[in-house]
Ligand binder design. Sequence first.
Ligand code: NDP
Length: 448
Amino acid sequence: MSDFDYDLFVIGAGSGGVRASRIAASHGARVAVAEEYRVGGTCVIRGCVPKKLLVYGAHFAEDLHDARKFGWDVPECSFNWDVLRDNVLAEVDRLEGLYGQTLGNHKVEVFKTRATIAGPQKVRLADGTELTAERILVATGGWPHVPEFPGSEHAITSNEVFHLETLPKRVVIAGGGYIANEFAGIFNEFGSKVTIVNRGDTILRGYDEQIRDRLLQISMTKGIEFKFNAPFQSITKNDDGTLTVMLEGCDPIQADAVLVAAGRTPNTKGIGLEDVGVELDEHGAIKVDETNQSSVPSIYAVGDVTNRIQLTPVAIREGQAFADSVFGGKPTVVDYKNVPSAVFSHPPIGAVGMTEAEARNKLGSIRVYTSDFRAMKNVLAGRNERALYKMIVNAATDQVVGLHMIGPDAPEILQAAAIAVKAGLTKADFDATVALHPSMAEELVLLK
Ligand code: NDP
């Protein structure tokens, strides 16, 4: 029996922290986890899960409209935000309960309080209790970054957006990344007037240019407005509760809500990390090596707090690798190559591997195949919305090094196709696969 209260103390019960806690416990470690807010973290409580449910809810707007072309007599429908919001929040409560149960089943002790680091092997709970642990894992995630400008306190972030009392008639969204494009689609489908305001001239930096352009075109056709190179100057709250948004070089915009989606900052402030010598990078993220160990040997970190790839499945992999390596005798290093990603915009995007521009820079000689088509369902519905699939191939080896897709169900299709890219399969391997007809995914094996 060690002299420590625990073998592992985890700070933060989000995706990475929960996975690390339960796997370490299943390897026989005595584990405690502290969570100051709600078990489940960003993804479950105020991120991926409730967002995806809103995306489903939003899509009914188009489905109900298109259903008429498929013979359904759909009466005039109206949308009730309160019903969807409350159902989504109830589902979040249910999942939070399940996460808590999982920890309990694995005999992980949960402290529903804030914990800070009081020493390399000591944590302090909010009530002053000090506990020792042979190892500490910091999995505190990230927090929405709100740039400073006058009136920024009138804006909401992705933390608050799921709790809106009423559906705003006019929404201004600051930022051009994941959250901005996903919520632009959601609010637009619900009937709100949406304006995306971006400091630069590019949405979804990091995604393939043609795919980004396609989303921009479709979003504009659906009625979403974009303002580029328009940094925020101020937000003023008017007497009637509405907001006036001032932007550089643009006319003022009147809005009922302003959502700031300008990236997320690692949650490292006020946890005591610097006091014990844990090194942070210039963005405030914990610097870790490939084994997730910080500059203090007893302190590890996984997930968004390390700012490697801010995606839930990556945090989960890191938590699993940490627990298996340190407590399971199975040294595991996370492979960050070919991590698939998706934007749940309307329509959604899925991508894995190199963009065309990256591949040209890195490989020189490449072949690019595209399929620009209207999904069968959209044709019958009279919806003039084209999907675009793009495959990037290394000309020297025939290996598929990137797949980029926008269109209905693109993330669902991409997840399966990502296995082939990860496995290093070639264009000839894709071509050798018989098409599954009629489907959208068959385009991937018919690219010419
Ligand atoms: P993103 O990093 O996707 O986008 C941030 C946007 O804000 C960019 O357009 C960026 O512009 C802009 N921006 C950054 N700093 C400022 C500033 N100071 N003033 C004005 N604009 C600024 O962040 P999100 O907030 O949308 O999402 C946070 C993270 O959460 C994502 O990076 C992603 O990892 C994760 N996420 C993943 C989802 C998914 O997997 N589907 C869904 C939602 C979130 P510029 O391009 O010029 O830097």
